[in-house]
Design a protein around this ligand. Structure first.
Ligand SMILES: N[C@@H](CCC(=O)N[C@@H](CS)C(=O)NCC(=O)O)C(=O)O
Length: 254
């Protein structure tokens, strides 16, 4: 059985979609990131960067002790290796897929996260809306550029890494389908090949099942004060604050 330390967000969906695609059994362990679960000593032992998703495989590839993995890219590579699915073994084809997996991890995910932060979340945080303008322009501009990169690739390939559906598609789709919502819906007209792929891949049953996992976890009735505390915890992290949260959690646990 595989424990998935999870919250329903695009990075979390990558893992539930992959598990659904592979038909593997898994058990969801909620990590309420607004409530601070990512700072518990148990979670930090698995994921020292205080970010979900992370997995613990109790019957790991090669046997032995339970195996813990953080970072969604590493998790998908591991699950592909474990099942022999969605990652070719031929060297050239394998690296065709892996270069797009790393592209997503280093480019689309972080740029969309930052664009969303400045464009949407920032309104509730910045004292002066003018502070948001440069960040919004920079990161929305990057998302626009990256959408063009995918559109060009998908104009000559059915899938991101070529002819076959792979972990490159699984890792990218949970962010890419939100591009219209982030920039604006008319931007799909600029990226017709990307839109074709978003729609086609979005019809896979495993995508739908993976995205529905734990959606109810978000149904929390929160006061304005609680919302504010969650924003403070998520968007104001420094070494000092994270260290204090870690120490507090360790003390509460001892
Ligand atoms: N590169 C990481 C990113 C993970 C990530 O940013 N997770 C966010 C939620 S989408 C998180 O756990 N945030 C908790 C926090 O900011 O403390 C991955 O792909 O696994």
């Amino acid at each position: 059985m595989i424990d998935v330390h999870y919250w329903p967000t695009p990075n979390g969906w990558k893992v539930t979609i992959m598990l659904e695609e592979c038909g593997l059994d898994y058990n969801i362990v909620p990590v309420d990131i607004g409530g601070g679960d990512q700072f518990t000593p148990e979670f930090l032992r698995i994921s020292p960067n205080n970010r979900m998703p992370a997995i613990v495989d109790h019957a790991p590839l090669g046997g032995g002790e339970p195996l813990a993995i953080f970072e969604s890219g590493a998790i998908l590579e591991y699950l592909a290796e474990k099942t022999g699915k969605f990652l070719p073994t031929d060297t050239a084809k394998k690296y065709q897929v892996l270069q797009w997996v790393h592209w997503q991890m280093a480019n689309l995910g972080p740029m969309m996260g930052n664009a969303n932060h400045f464009k949407n979340y920032g309104k509730n945080i910045a004292a002066d809306p003018k502070q948001l303008e440069y960040g919004t322009k920079r990161f929305v501009g990057e998302v626009d550029r990256l959408s063009g990169v995918m559109d060009a690739q998908l104009s000559v390939n059915q899938y991101l890494a070529g002819d076959h559906y792979s972990i490159a598609d699984i890792i990218t789709w949970p962010w890419a389908f939100l591009i219209g919502r982030l920039i604006d819906d008319s931007s799909w007209e600029t990226f017709p090949h990307l839109k074709r792929w978003v729609d086609e891949v979005g019809q896979r049953p495993a995508i739908d099942r993976g995205r529905k996992v734990g959606l109810e976890l978000r149904d929390q009735q929160l006061t304005e004060e609680q919302e504010k505390a969650r924003r403070e915890l998520l968007f104001n992290q420094t070494n000092e604050k994270v260290r204090a949260a870690r120490e507090q959690a360790a003390q509460a646990n001892s």
